[in-house]
Design a protein around this ligand. Sequence first.
Ligand SMILES: [Mg+2]
Length: 399
Amino acid sequence: MTALCDLSCLIVDDDNFMLLALSKLLNSIGIKRVVTCDNAQDALKHVANRNNQYDIIITDLNMPQMDGIQLLRHLSSLGMNFSVILVSGEDPRLLESVKSLGEQQNLNILGSLNKPVRRDNLEALLESYQPHCTTAPKGPASMVFATELQAAITNEDIEIHLQPQVSLDDKRIVGVEALARWNHPEKGNISPNIFIGIAEKHGMIRELTDIVLQKSIQEAARLRNLGFNITMSVNFSAQVLCSLELPEILSETLSSSGLEPSHIIVEVTESSLADDRNTMLDILTRMRLKGFGLSIDDFGTGFSSLEQLCQIPFTELKIDRSFVHQANNNKASQAILESSIALAKKLQIKSVAEGVETDEDLALVKQLGCDYMQGYYTARPMPAGDFTLWVKDYIKQLA
Ligand SMILES: [Mg+2]
């Protein structure tokens, strides 16, 4: 049996008090590696990143936007090994049916707990955790999914949606981020948090990146031709950032588009920097030499050292949503947000706040001197074809 203190846990609950109470409880039981997420989307994104390995995911059922059942469905397609504990204030019978639902999806459900959670009940479930006989899918579910994803990639059914970034100074639109979308014929829109994880696991990430890159460059060229003076940010998975020829491929893809390298910003998540450092430094430095912008994405969620940050010639620091949205109510988030913006200023690079959704979020990032913002406050990601219309509306509102 794994010693309890060696377990790593992720807690998902929309109630911050619950997150705090549960982490304290876990700590008091001896579990040190505890990460919390206040919504299911962030949790998925987090789990899909193969640098983040959890033994146990403790999730609430009743959450806005994506509930616990939806989260379990998405988790089951990831094909990773972890166990689940359900926590809810709901009727114990409902908890039981969710438990069997999860088991049907090949998830290893350790059990369910009622709120308020009692230490002895939690401890008993944790004790029952067994690392190697989990029923998590090796898994037929994830294989079917992978086959479908491969077909979607081959048929170029992966679309890009655009989310604008605007200057906090003068509200001008400075860029867009291209976000991959897979519209599955039966399952509908599948979150990139899911299919990117699957693509990484089944060796398709390179092909997926190629398509997204090509489509993003086409779109950037189209928008430039329409007179938009904006950059296009494209996400690169850590797995892709180990091919040394990547900077050349990027230049080649760009060459016939009429775009300058500076029109493209390569986004690399902070957590991916933990991988093969030398290769990544080589690739990123040569991209920068060629003139591409380099952005450190999801900043604050990884553990990059200052030394690492200074070594890689980033041009932009993108602060993760979790330190931006509702940071006015959270001293810890606000401190991280503030110091991230200050760090960007010291490094003389641009700061971008992700997850600006409310007037309060906007006021705070503005007050702290952030350069750009991205988030629902300005616009949700939209199909590329809708962007021009959106800009017209946006400009009308400014006037
Ligand atoms: Mg990004």
